[in-house]
Design a protein around this ligand. Structure first.
Ligand code: NAD
Length: 441
């Protein structure tokens, strides 16, 4: 079987590589020439554990190819996946210009039947737009080539993308033709040998499923962050409350950890886009509007704790910040809480020295030299008046107190992920602030 995957970012590259792993011949396409050149030279443009080995293996076996030429990728392809970005437009709706642009290019170049599958996260109705864009191009060319469209949203998590793709909880496919179902069933069969389902449904339901899933997860996070704020006011400990509710199987213990607010390339934009879709259809999604507000507030919580500790004056203070990516095991900094915190700190007159195990280059690209870049975690704390932990990378989990004690000017730690033990911190002489629990005296 031969397929084309258009868009070679986090989703497209993982999708293409994982299909190649099952023996499918895959061409990954991107308009970013630098990215494709890098991939051709064995350089993986994103950080995703396990991806480089898998890409290398499949390139060597000649099952995985890279090109900037979409037309070439269509030769002999039975299925085309559209996996380009759908960033938020100014009004919060999903910007579909990349998706429809690819659809037009497919229509302008296809010469045989194929199934065009939208894997990007897109609002309900987009598959119809994709269908129309392809058909318009075929009409312009005055040719009659049959094709089908399908929706196949992706649920992988950055940082665990390979595992998620190879062993998905479920695969969601929106179809309106038997032929599309046959192709998708064939492609995905190797991934559901564990018994997890391929859910075939109508296209609108499939498109909405992706947004509803992300919106539900974002809701859990904001709910818990809101409860954490209340805990601090009434003297409760959110860690106990979390365990207390998480052990109820109806609630479950995932996605109820309080923190510095959700970020990344998906939750913020997908929550916005779903609100917008619903508004456009005359229904206000009140819960999700509150989820967004709570999240915006939460991204400021660590900064506010620091301000309070220093009596509202951070001028001239040196702040060490650990963790720039929006979560561990990725270099993705899109909508990362670290950026909000850094901007506040700098505005307040502090200098910020940062460290992240993999997102340093990405940070230089995104925010440049407004911060100092340390060579390792402890280097970041040299002369620091406080340390803020924003992203819970594994290497930050156990503190080297003797080193930290020698390096920091002031023993203040703001823990945005509740990974340290308040008693241990106190015993080692630190003023320690966490989320949803008042500091020990
Ligand atoms: P990304 O920005 O990492 O990659 C998108 C790629 O598409 C870029 O490399 C870009 O150059 C390329 N592109 C844009 N226009 C193109 C064109 N006309 N032809 C070829 N390539 C083109 O984005 P991503 O994170 O992979 O997300 C892609 C989609 O998948 C989005 O809709 C996103 O919401 C969804 N999604 C993302 C994740 C995630 O964790 N990142 C998870 C599930 C779903």
């Amino acid at each position: 079987m031969k397929i084309s995957v258009v868009g070679s970012g986090y989703v497209g590259l993982v999708t293409g590589t994982c299909f190649a792993e099952t023996g499918v011949t895959v061409t990954c396409v991107d308009i970013d020439k630098k990215k494709i050149d890098e991939l051709k030279n064995g350089i993986i443009p994103i950080y995703e554990p396990g991806l480089d080995d898998m890409v290398k293996r499949n390139v060597e076996k000649e099952r995985l190819h890279f090109t900037t030429n979409l037309k070439d990728s269509l030769v002999g392809a039975e299925v085309v996946f559209i996996a380009v970005g759908t960033p938020p437009d100014e009004d919060g709706s999903a910007d579909l210009k990349y998706v429809t642009g690819v659809a037009r290019e497919v229509g302008a170049n296809m010469d045989h039947y194929m199934v065009v599958v939208t894997k990007s996260t897109v609002p309900v109705g987009t598959s119809h737009k994709v269908k129309k864009a392809i058909q318009d191009e075929l009409t312009k060319r005055n040719v009659n080539i049959p094709f089908d469209v399908a929706s196949n949203p992706e649920f992988l998590k950055e940082g665990n993308a390979i595992e998620d793709f190879l062993k998905p909880d479920r695969i969601v496919c929106g179809i309106d033709s038997e032929q599309a179902k046959i192709f998708l069933e064939k492609l995905y069969k190797p991934f559901v040998l564990n018994g997890h389902p391929i859910l075939f449904m109508d296209i609108a339901s499939s498109e909405l499923t992706k947004y509803a899933a992300n919106a539900m997860l974002a809701t859990k996070i904001s709910f818990m962050n809101d409860i954490a704020s209340l805990c601090e006011l009434i003297g409760a400990d959110v860690n106990w409350v979390r365990k207390g509710i998480g052990s109820d199987s109806r609630i479950g213990n995932k996605f109820i950890y309080p923190g510095a607010g959700y970020g990344g390339s998906c939750f913020p934009k997908d929550v916005k886009a779903l609100i917008k879709t619903s508004d456009e259809n005359g229904h206000s999604l009140e819960i999700l509007k509150a989820v967004e507000d709570v999240n915006d507030r939460q991204k400021e919580v660590l900064f506010k704790k620091l301000m309070k500790h220093f009596n509202g004056n951070l001028k001239g203070k040196k702040i060490a910040l650990w963790g720039l990516s929006f979560k561990p095991n990725t270099d993705d900094m899109r909508e990362a809480p670290s950026i909000v915190i850094i901007n506040h700190l700098i505005k307040a007159g502090a200098t910020v020295r940062v460290y992240d195990p993999v997102a340093m280059e990405e940070s230089i690209r995104r925010i440049g030299n407004i911060v100092e870049y340390a060579k390792d975690a402890y280097d970041a704390t040299t002369g620091a008046d406080a340390l803020i932990l924003v992203t819970e990378w594994a290497e930050f989990r156990i503190l080297n107190f003797s080193m930290l004690g020698k390096l920091m000017r002031n023993k203040v730690v703001i823990d945005g992920r509740n990974i340290y033990d308040p008693i241990e911190m106190k015993e080692n002489g630190y003023k320690y602030y966490s989320i949803g629990k008042n500091p020990l005296d």
